[in-house]
Design a binder for this molecule. Structure first.
Ligand code: F6P
Length: 546
């Protein structure tokens, strides 16, 4: 197991030797210059500055040794070879094949997948083009003006985030809407703004059994009928993205209007598959292909770049360094780029659903901290909300700053202000401010001095994208996927299952029946607290029903 590897032991001891050192001292004079130049890696139009981390050359060497001893490279190769790396479900995890070219020759469990992937991409291209050009019409012949993606988790977060990131107000295309929550407010608010005759629904669900998605799908179908769309005409307003053909047909969708994908695509890794149909409709297929190309470029980088240049490897190692050796509990993601506002939520599922595990691949207990809490919002907004805690709070929170070198907005004067703030936050977290510096700035009230001191020594990465476009976003997202994979490989866990979401789903079904009036023996079936909650809700649900 990883924690018994020699490098793991040495890293534990090494972490102790770094206590009491301050990163500020590593930036003095020539050393600092060399450090700033050495701790930079670039690939696919992304530049990672990781100099502001609590690491030395020795730390890095030990981390790379850990990667070798934990066989991260071998695990990556097994994933790329389509082996059943998702051991509990006996599946490959071959999302890289979704952005590959057929000639790349990927196989899932030995079966070639390139032709299937290409066929679905061609189907998506035709459909996205038809919707965007107005040749795919609603039941009364009018062009589609609005598209609603109904899905949740991986069938929502990726497409929603990418559409937000890349939507170009100048480009004509239908308006995109995303509905995920089973809370009726989500669907009702969206539908209230729409004309059924010009609205298309993409039902997006890998399993086509997910409670939230199926409830919203049924309600949406009723709404269309209520709005005057004919039963036959519904076929112009519903398409499906799924691996479950039978359930799609049972719902009443013509298989010709189904966009398939495969069990070797995990939900949180699926935006590159037909799950990205809403992206292709929103930004056009050509730009969707550029997104895939950026991801493919990052795949090739991950597979081939040497360790000291390998972005996913470096970031995954740093994550494990902080979580398992320095004991941090969370990581903040701060995109200084408003279109990337939904990136933290996407990364939350990617990392926490993948690596929020405490059992190793071999079934033993993992005796090290796994998945950190991933959270954050855009800068500069976060600076005026929670950055106080990161500067002066009692917890160490590593930060990922993400920014674009070229401006996304063309309003004059804004981009330099944005970047200046991004860089200043990293500098302030690193450097801090000593009591003497406070006094030198003219503060003579000694009671105030401790409040104005910043400890500093707080780590951050700065990831610069050349510009926000489909290619660079694709590269950034694939980097995040592979970084997550590296974390999981180091912890020796299965990053591709999610059994932890099952129990709550299972327990919800009988509670729902009880809330809907079924005979209950809740005192026996539930703990006393849950039973009391159910009784309270029953009183109101019963009243509402009456
Ligand atoms: O409940 C978790 C989960 O299974 C995620 O892993 C998945 O992305 C999401 O639900 C949605 O699942 P589906 O695409 O099958 O509706």
């Amino acid at each position: 197991m990883t924690t018994s590897l020699p490098a793991w032991h040495t890293l534990r001891e090494h972490a102790n030797t770094l206590r009491g050192t301050h990163m500020r001292d590593w930036f003095d004079g020539e050393h600092g210059q060399a450090r700033a130049e050495r701790y930079v890696a670039q690939a696919c139009g992304l530049t990672l500055d990781y100099a502001k981390n609590r690491i030395t050359d020795e730390t890095l060497a030990l981390l790379f040794a850990l990667a070798t001893q934990a066989q991260v490279g071998e695990r990556r190769d097994a994933m790329f070879a389509g082996e059943p790396v998702n051991t509990t479900e006996r599946r490959a995890a071959l999302h890289i094949a979704l952005r590959a070219y057929p000639e790349d020759g990927y196989r899932a469990l030995g079966v070639p997948v390139g032709d299937d992937v290409a066929a679905v991409l061609a189907q998506m291209e035709r459909f996205a083009g038809a919707v965007r050009s107005g040749t795919w019409t609603g039941f009364d012949g009018r062009a589609i003006t609005d598209v609603v993606n109904i899905g949740i988790g991986g069938s929502d977060l990726g497409p929603r985030m990418v559409c937000r990131a890349l939507a170009d107000p100048q480009v004509t295309g239908p308006r995109m809407h995303f509905v995920a929550n089973v809370d009726g407010n989500d669907l009702a608010r969206t539908l209230a703004t729409l004309d059924a005759a010009t609205t298309l629904v993409i039902l997006c669900s890998k399993t086509f059994t997910t409670l939230e998605t199926m409830a919203n799908a049924c309600t949406a179908r009723d709404w269309f009928l209520h709005q005057g769309v004919t039963q036959v005409g519904l076929a112009r307003h519903f398409v499906a993205v799924s691996t479950n053909r039978e359930a799609v047909v049972e719902f009443g969708i013509d298989p010709a209007n189904m966009f398939p994908f495969w069990d070797w695509v995990g939900g949180r890794f699926s935006l590159w598959s037909a799950v990205g149909l809403s992206i292709a409709v929103a930004i056009g297929f050509e730009r969707f292909r550029q997104l895939l190309d950026g991801a493919r470029a990052m795949d090739l980088h991950f597979a081939g770049a040497p360790p000291e240049q390998n972005l996913p490897l470096i970031l995954g190692l740093l994550d494990v360094w902080y979580r398992s050796f320095l004991g941090t509990g969370s990581r903040c993601v701060a995109p200084y780029c408003e279109p990337l506002a939904l990136l933290p939520a996407f990364l939350q599922q990617l990392e926490m659903e993948s690596n929020g595990k405490s059992v190793r691949l071999d079934g033993g207990a993992l005796d090290a901290g796994s998945a950190a809490v991933v959270w954050g919002t855009t800068g500069t907004n976060g600076q005026h909300a929670y950055f106080q805690m990161m500067h002066q709070g009692s917890q160490l929170v590593p930060v990922d700053f993400i920014a674009t070198l070229e401006p996304v907005s063309n309003l004059p004067g804004h981009h330099t202000k944005l970047l200046a703030n991004c860089f200043a936050q990293g500098e302030a977290l690193l450097r801090g401010r000593t009591a003497d510096e406070v006094r030198a700035e003219g503060v003579s009230d000694e009671t105030l001095v401790p409040h104005l001191v910043f400890e500093g020594n707080r780590p951050s990465n700065t990831l610069l994208m050349q510009r926000l476009d489909p290619f660079h976003l694709g590269a950034l997202l694939a980097l995040s996927e592979h970084r997550t994979f590296v974390q999981g490989a180091l912890w020796q866990i299965n990053s591709f299952d999610q059994w932890g979401v099952e129990l709550g789903k299972k327990l919800a079904a009988p509670i729902q029946r009880e809330l809907e009036g079924a005979a209950t023996d809740s005192a026996a079936a539930h703990d006393a607290s849950t039973a009391a909650l159910i009784r309270r809700a029953q009183a109101v649900c019963g009243a509402a029903a009456g």
